[in-house]
Design a protein around this ligand. Structure first.
Ligand SMILES: [Zn+2]
Length: 214
């Protein structure tokens, strides 16, 4: 198995990669974390996240590089990307799929504060998705798609990828403000685990082919 370094902007984004990634062995997804993301012993700035495929049971370790280097406070927040850069780990289709999955989870939620948190998570996914568009272009460039499969999805259904549609969805969601050190967001809760738990495997339609609309 090749060892590829995945470049992310935060601890939160590293965990989100699991949701859109497929198993190297059986080609199914998503993957689950076997343990926490930790600094690799090699000391060259790499992070490691042990994973398990719930479909075939394969264990693997994903290697990450996180820039900017997360502080412990930032690592405890849900902040996906403290920079203006596009994601290099999750493509446009991936962010839109995550948005839809979290939105569906929030519809099943009854607690108001949880609904609010999930709305902020949805908003961040759309913020990442919208970075793949140029301001004057209604459709994204092909480099917004990191795999032949997601590019094919775009070519087959371009109407699902119009910028105005996703701007409209974003306008319904809250403005995201993180006050990094020791803010009220710096709890121990890992939201990507929360909505995963409520939407057990089988319902996630991210990496699989031929699923419903975004
Ligand atoms: Zn597998």
């Amino acid at each position: 198995m090749e060892s590829e370094t995945i470049h992310v902007h935060s601890v939160a984004e590293a965990y989100l990669v699991l949701m859109v990634r497929r198993c190297e062995v059986c080609d199914r997804g998503p993957l689950e974390a076997r343990a926490d993301l930790t600094k690799a012993r090699s000391g060259d700035g790499q992070w490691e996240l042990p994973t398990n495929c719930p479909t075939c049971g394969n264990d693997d370790v994903l290697e990450f590089r996180i820039a900017p280097e997360p502080t412990s406070e930032q690592a405890a927040t849900n902040w996906v990307n403290p920079t203006q850069e596009r994601s290099r780990a999750i493509d446009l289709l991936g962010w839109l799929t995550l948005f839809r999955s979290i939105l569906e989870a929030s519809k099943k939620e009854t607690d108001k504060s949880e609904i609010r948190k999930l709305a902020i998570e949805c908003a961040q996914c759309l913020d990442e998705a919208l970075k793949f568009y140029e301001p004057d272009n209604e459709l994204p460039n092909q480099n917004a798609f990191f795999s032949e499969e997601s590019l094919t999805r775009f070519r087959d259904l371009p109407q699902q990828f119009t910028r105005s549609r996703w701007l409209h969805e974003r306008s319904k969601l809250p403005v995201v403000v993180f006050r990094t050190p020791k803010s009220e967001n710096a709890g121990s809760r890992r939201w990507w685990q929360v909505w995963r738990r409520r939407d057990p495997r089988g319902n996630f339609d991210g990496p699989d082919k031929g699923q419903a609309d975004i």
